[in-house]
Ligand binder design. Structure first.
Ligand code: ZN
Length: 369
């Protein structure tokens, strides 16, 4: 069976197929003149996938009390939780059974029956390997809101630190980001465009009240949507230039770490849902009806990331990156920078919002008699 770079999303797989330097037409996804992988003659993916799927156990071999809700089919697991393929479930199934042909012959239930991860139910394993130990996200939220705010026992900080190290991203000096503030026609002066002074810093998902961080977006449209500028509002937009290289934790990628990285596969899989939760929670827009308590879980995580030190005792990460829920469809993202002095505002512009576009969800009409 022939597959190609376009059949996959995983960077490690794509890069391996490219390295084979074999171009042709792909009969799996239909792409023409692309780098291809022939399962007849190439074998590395067999090793990779066999190792990866070996963390799963078919239902018949699982303990009887294994929760039914934590079972899934391999094709669903691969499609829904791991950004490995760019293909539909049925085609993933076909391809994976060809790539792992021998395993499919000897152990078909791994591919066809519900599967689970035995260790995901073992308290002693979770205690040291899971981000939230034996808890789930809701337990963590409840505990931080109502029990211990500053010293939670629910978060496994070593594990969080490990995952952060896999999504470290460097921005070079000279990188440009944007920040907007609704203003009047005259606009704000440059001193009003940076992070607010600590006394005026209100709580957000990445900072508690009184601790000031600089929030920036990757482009002008995203920053306008983030401040929720209204029709006919005047908005001052600042262009911010990074003055020295900085390292951040890219939370947009924390649930997309390659299944073929050197992370332990079982630990990675056990933490997948927690990583997805962190990515989603940090990107959630603030709503007027939110209580300041709603921001505590992500504030705690960001505060921990801010506290991670290098071996020299300096700050390991200068900030975090996360999706802009307000402009995700256009690739918008935000960064929160712990030290605003890393950026200088180089240009300002006052613009007026001419028109807002409303895009409704799918409309389902109910007929009325
Ligand atoms: Zn393809």
């Amino acid at each position: 069976m022939i597959c190609c770079t376009e059949c996959f999303q995983d960077v490690e797989v794509k890069s391996h197929i490219k390295d084979l330097k074999n171009k042709g037409n792909c009969y799996t996804c239909g792409c023409k003149n692309v780098f291809i992988y022939d399962t007849e003659t190439n074998h590395l993916l067999t090793t990779w996938f066999e190792e990866f799927i070996s963390i799963f156990t078919p239902v018949d071999a699982l303990p009887l009390n294994f929760p039914r809700a934590d079972l899934s089919l391999l094709k669903d697991e691969l499609h829904d939780n791991w950004n490995i393929f760019n293909l539909e479930k049925e085609i993933i199934y076909k391809l994976i059974t060809v790539i792992c042909e021998e395993r499919y012959r000897s152990n078909p239930e791994l591919f066809d029956a519900p599967i689970g991860i035995p260790k995901s139910q073992q308290a002693s394993y979770l205690q040291s390997n899971s981000l939230l130990k034996t808890y789930n996200w809701e337990d963590f939220v409840e505990a931080i809101k109502t029990q211990n705010r500053f010293h939670t026992d629910h978060l496994n900080e070593e594990v969080l630190q490990l995952f952060c190290s896999y999504v470290k991203k460097t921005y070079k000096a000279g990188s440009i980001f944007y920040r907007a503030r609704v203003s009047d026609k005259e606009g704000w002066s440059v001193d009003k465009m940076s992070a607010p002074p600590p006394a005026l810093a209100s709580a957000g998902r990445a900072n508690p009240e009184g601790i000031s961080h600089l929030y920036l977006s990757n482009d002008v449209t995203t920053t306008l949507k983030e401040v929720r500028a209204g029709a006919h509002d005047y908005v001052t937009v600042g262009k911010f230039e990074l003055i020295q290289d900085m390292d951040i934790v890219d939370l947009t990628a924390i649930d997309r770490i390659s299944a073929f990285s050197d992370l332990d596969n079982t630990q990675h899989a056990t933490n997948k849902r927690h990583l997805q939760k962190i990515n989603r929670e940090i990107a959630k827009p603030l709503r007027r009806q939110d209580s300041a308590l709603d921001y505590l879980p992500t504030q705690y995580i960001v505060d921990f990331i801010k506290s991670i030190k290098t071996t020299e005792g300096t700050r390991e990460y200068d900030g975090i990156e996360y999706d802009s829920t307000m402009n995700k469809s256009e690739g918008g993202f935000n960064i929160t920078v712990f030290d605003e002095k890393l950026f200088k505002c180089t240009e300002l512009s006052v613009i007026q919002i001419i028109e807002l576009t409303y895009r409704p969800s799918r409309i389902v009409w109910d007929s009325v008699q």
